[in-house]
Design a protein around this ligand. Structure first.
Ligand code: PA5
Length: 439
């Protein structure tokens, strides 16, 4: 629920008035998004992913058949890694161990391969475009590693997740008869966690992927409601108004170690979707809230000082849960009577108190914040939360009037990298880099 009292009063918004005034605009945005969801060119295919039960079944079937697989090397970067990484950290542990290779620093990659047994490792290479240099480089290394150890049996230990047509991975998988899953063409990387991009590694890790999709469906249902009941439209409005009023940094701060990687996924989602130079009519706008990651209670001893007393430039969104799966009671200890206020309490009680206290400390210093309360940390509620945040991003795209589903800035960086490494077809960019002295 959106706790409006935490958003105001002075530095924030008078919530009910703002919501009422914005309702027609939010409902027009909702209608536009749902209408465009039928158009493959609009890149809104992610709204339909939670309904794709055939994909869910094939992913589950594949995961069940992987006897003898103890470890999974997940090769992907950005949207092809961050969602599964965040959800594995929160919910994994009962199946295979996932190891994400989402950087090209040689030492950690080499150290990881040294630790793993190729005979018990499955390599899942994930790339929507099927060309990203970091992922392809990791794949070349992993292929060599598997082949050296397993000979012709390497093919049983590779599964590909990519676009049905684009890129080099699809034809490569066909040539070698590798199992290959599809990323629908109208689903962009950072919106792909509920496609096989996220579902496949998560199913292998033993996560309840059906539960994730059920929660995600609930977020989609809320995104159909009128403004008064449309939670993603409401949080988008809160974010948008905060940005307009000078809170240009949007903090996501879950009170949970299990959710510590969720903000990294959110940072990418908001940064790539909303950080745009041009609006949809082509005017220069340079918009986009700067997303910032924090984790409670850890960051109470770091960033919260800045959030409470630093510049009035942040909207802080807390995520907390109401029920612990396990809890630990704090025992009394002779000689430590000064800690008597803790005796008999539980760790979870302390965590909850920290979250409530910090939210109040910010509100009291007139720092806008709101709290997303999850009943518990499980697949259903996290499925809801991620899809909710994707919907929030889509609504924000409408409010800022930008295309939330492209990433020209990222693409340019990729092209410069290809040029620096001498990829054919990039000679002009290579010449430009040479003139600028970039090596
Ligand atoms: O969200 C995005 O589109 C990007 O972050 C991509 O996911 C990232 O660049 C990786 O691209 P690909 O999956 O094509 O290798």
């Amino acid at each position: 629920n959106l706790d409006a009292s935490r958003i105001g009063p002075d530095q924030g918004v008078e919530w009910s008035r703002e919501l009422e005034a914005a309702a027609p605009r939010l409902e027009a945005a909702r209608d536009a998004l749902w209408e465009r969801a039928g158009d493959p060119a609009a890149m809104l295919g992610w709204v339909h992913l939670p309904e794709a039960t055939d994909v869910l079944r094939s992913v589950q079937r594949f995961a069940l058949a992987q006897e003898g697989v103890r470890d999974v090397l997940v090769l992907g970067i950005g949207g092809s890694a961050l969602g599964a990484k965040a959800l594995d950290a929160a919910l994994g542990g009962s199946g295979a161990r996932l190891h994400f290779v989402d950087n090209v620093e040689p030492e950690p990659v080499a150290a990881l391969l040294d630790r793993l047994d190729p005979a018990a490792t499955l390599v899942n290479v994930i790339s929507k475009s099927g060309t990203t240099a970091e992922t392809m480089a990791a794949f070349l290394i992993a292929l060599d590693w598997l082949r050296r150890a397993l000979g012709p049996r390497w093919k049983d230990r590779v599964v590909v997740t990519t676009d049905p047509e684009r890129g080099v991975l699809r034809p490569y998988a066909e040539r070698h008869g590798l199992v290959a899953f599809e990323i629908p063409p109208d689903v962009g990387g950072r919106f792909s966690v509920f496609s096989p991009v996220g579902l496949l590694p998560l199913a292998l890790a033993g996560v309840d992927v059906a539960g994730l999709l059920a929660g995600a469906r609930m977020a989609g249902a809320l995104a159909r409601a009128d403004a008064a009941g449309n939670l993603p439209a409401q949080t988008a409005l809160a974010q948008y108004l905060a940005w307009r009023k000078g809170q240009r940094i949007s903090v996501l701060m879950p009170y949970s170690t299990r959710l510590a990687l969720l903000p990294a996924w959110f940072v990418q989602l908001h940064a790539e979707s909303l950080g745009k130079a041009y609006d949809r009519s082509g005017s220069r706008v340079h918009v986009g809230p700067t997303p910032l990651a924090a984790v409670g209670a850890t960051d109470q001893h770091a960033q919260v000082q800045l959030f409470r007393e630093g510049p009035f430039d942040k909207l802080v969104v807390f995520v907390r849960h109401q029920q612990a799966d396990r809890d630990l009671t704090l025992p009394a200890e002779e000689g430590l009577e000064e800690l008597g206020y803790l005796f008999g309490k539980s760790l979870f009680q302390l965590l909850r108190a920290e979250a409530a206290a910090t939210a109040h400390a910010l509100a009291e210093a007139r720092r806008p914040n709101y709290t997303i309360v999850l009943e518990q940390i499980d697949a259903y509620h996290l499925g809801w939360l991620l899809q909710h945040l994707m919907w929030q991003t889509a609504f924000l795209g409408e409010l800022f009037d930008v295309n939330a589903f492209d990433q020209p800035g990222v693409e340019l960086g990729k092209r410069y990298t290809y040029a620096l490494l001498g990829r054919p077809g990039y000679e002009e960019l290579a010449a430009e880099l040479a003139r600028a002295g970039v090596e």
